[in-house]
Design a protein around this ligand. Structure first.
Ligand SMILES: [Zn+2]
Length: 547
């Protein structure tokens, strides 16, 4: 049982009052929004007028019918409880019926108004809401239509809505009738008798959720994974629910979030953001998303794949073996990036240098004395400023006699053991250059000794690329790791200036921020390290602690 389920169970058994906000997160509000209510459609009028000496008909007099917002009408009937009618909790809407009658004295007709709302309940694909609004005038001759005394004046307007709460599909009708009679000027008998009708009919789909428009994908139809930060469920001001990296996966260019996302609270600047992942594109962050209270279409233009320049030096031979190790490792790093939607494309610069004649074949390179080792490597074998330098060596001495497959000095400098049996090692060391650490917190690669226990956690195991022990299964990064690699300070992708190397940023002008490199809990700025979108690797998205 994972932590989340345990929390829920405890909440259900003991702390129901305290834990109520957790339950609320299983509820989603669906409120229709054609950009702005009231919603107007064309109407048609038909009038027949009879006087003592004539009869006239006037068909198809154009007009406009104005339909109010269903949630406004539900509020008139149910008050603050109306919010629950538009809310599916555990994917089920409540069943409800209610009615209210009141006098609308604002209009000259002084309408006697009755509103009835009936909901079917059920799941979002089928749940319906039927609304009728009936208006009857209570003031005769409110518009002065009778030049003389009015004998009768009977007007009824009925607006009906048949509306699918979960999909936004609607059918609306207006049927308005008026029959009045005016006495003739002599006061004897009917001088003017008029029957009028106004009708309107409309159908369509009111948008339910905001849309995200993704552009610059590698190919149309490839899946996009989205994280969305924003405020949802605040309809009627009843319940605020901050989405924290709420996940969507879709192959569509226009992704329907199914709910109306609204601006986050003031003072919560990271509460309105979008992050997108897709094949062969760099993860892309849209900060300060301008969510509105109405329907929004937000554009997420994917950043291009980033070319990662790498210079390779074979210093421990034989050269042909070192060259093959380098090429295979680069190919695997590129493959893992593509498959994992990392958005990086390694590029080997110039020839793979042959420095095997310089006597390093029997030398064990240390991983711990960065200052002296980097200086010696540069002076003795060569170095290309401004890119990642990879040295293929015969032996790596981490410390205390532990031999390693690879070593990252940070600063864009990597040692790779020519004897490592796994071609995933270079990708792991590049991960360190992106500021990633081993995801098992008990494991510390220190100068003074190693804790070799790295127990599988709830969130990570050896299938993760940053796991410290390599057996070839280490193949995936979580999206939480990729987010850090791209968006945080300390990643080579965002440039480094150090005494050892200076690499210009590969993400000019893009968002960079600080994130806890081992964070278990998500924040608005940074997802949890284990946060997943796709279930590649042995750990599922649900294995990670969700907000
Ligand atoms: Zn490592």
């Amino acid at each position: 049982m994972n932590t989340k389920n345990l929390t829920r169970l405890l909440c259900g058994l003991i702390f129901s009052a305290i834990c109520a906000p957790l339950k609320a997160q299983d509820c989603v509000s669906y409120t229709p929004d054609p950009s702005s209510f009231p919603y107007s459609i064309p109407s048609h009028g038909y009038v027949t007028q009879t006087t003592s000496n004539s009869q006239s008909t006037y068909p198809s007099v154009p007009g406009t019918a104005v339909f109010g917002n269903p949630k406004g009408m539900a509020s008139l009937v149910f008050g603050s409880d109306a919010a629950s009618l538009f809310q599916a909790c555990n994917n089920v809407f409540p069943k409800q019926m209610g009615s209210t009658t009141f006098m609308d004295t604002n209009a000259p007709e002084q309408w006697l108004t009755t509103i009835t709302v009936t909901t079917s309940g059920g799941d979002p694909s089928t749940a319906t809401m039927n609304i009728t609004e009936k208006f009857q005038n209570t003031v005769l001759n409110w518009d002065g239509v009778c030049p003389t005394v009015m004998r009768s004046d009977d007007r009824h307007d009925t607006y009906t809505y048949a509306y699918h709460i979960g999909t936004g599909a609607f059918t609306i009708n207006l049927d308005a009738n008026r029959h009045f009679q005016c006495l003739n000027p002599s006061g004897t008998g009917v001088g003017l008798d008029q029957v009028g009708q106004q009708v309107a009919y409309g159908f369509g789909v009111w948008p339910i959720g905001d849309h995200i428009q993704v552009t610059n994908r590698f190919l149309p139809g490839l899946e996009t994974g989205l994280w969305v930060n924003g405020l949802v469920n605040p309809a009627f001001g009843v319940l605020d629910n901050q989405w924290i990296h709420h996940t969507f996966i879709s192959p569509k260019a226009e992704i329907d979030l199914k709910v109306n996302v609204m601006p986050s609270q003031v003072g919560n600047p990271l509460g309105s953001e979008l992050v997108g992942f897709t094949f062969r594109r760099a993860p892309t962050l849209v900060p300060n998303v301008p969510w509105t209270l109405g329907f929004d279409t937000i554009e997420l233009p994917f950043n291009d794949e980033i070319t990662l320049p790498i210079k390779i030096w074979v210093v421990g031979g034989p050269y042909s073996k070192g060259r093959m190790k380098a090429l295979n490792s680069i190919a695997v790093a590129g493959y893992l990036s593509q498959r994992g939607r990392m958005g990086l494309k390694p590029l080997v610069l110039g020839p793979i240098e042959d420095k095997t004649g310089l006597g390093a074949s029997t030398f064990s390179f240390g991983c711990t004395d960065k200052t002296n080792n980097i200086a010696a490597l540069k002076a003795y074998f060569g170095f290309l400023e401004g890119v990642i330098n990879v040295y293929i060596v015969n032996s790596i001495d981490h410390d205390l006699g532990v031999l390693g497959d690879g070593c990252s000095y940070g600063s864009g400098i990597v040692l790779l053991n020519i004897h490592t049996p796994f071609d995933t090692t270079l990708a792991h060391e590049l991960g360190h250059n992106f500021g990633l650490r081993h995801p098992c917190e008990s494991f510390q690669l220190t100068d003074s000794g190693q804790n070799l226990s790295c127990a599988n956690s709830d969130y990570f195991d050896i299938t993760n690329l940053m796991w410290p022990f390599n057996d070839g299964q280490n193949q995936y990064l979580t999206e939480g790791q990729m987010f850090r690699a791209h968006f945080t300070f300390g990643s080579v992708l965002n440039g480094i200036i150090s005494p050892y190397n200076s690499i210009p940023t590969l993400r000019p002008g893009q968002e960079v921020r600080g994130c806890d490199p081992l964070a278990v809990d998500p924040t608005l700025a940074c997802p949890a390290l284990c946060k997943r979108i796709w279930p590649n690797g042995s750990k599922q998205p649900s294995d990670c602690k969700e907000p």
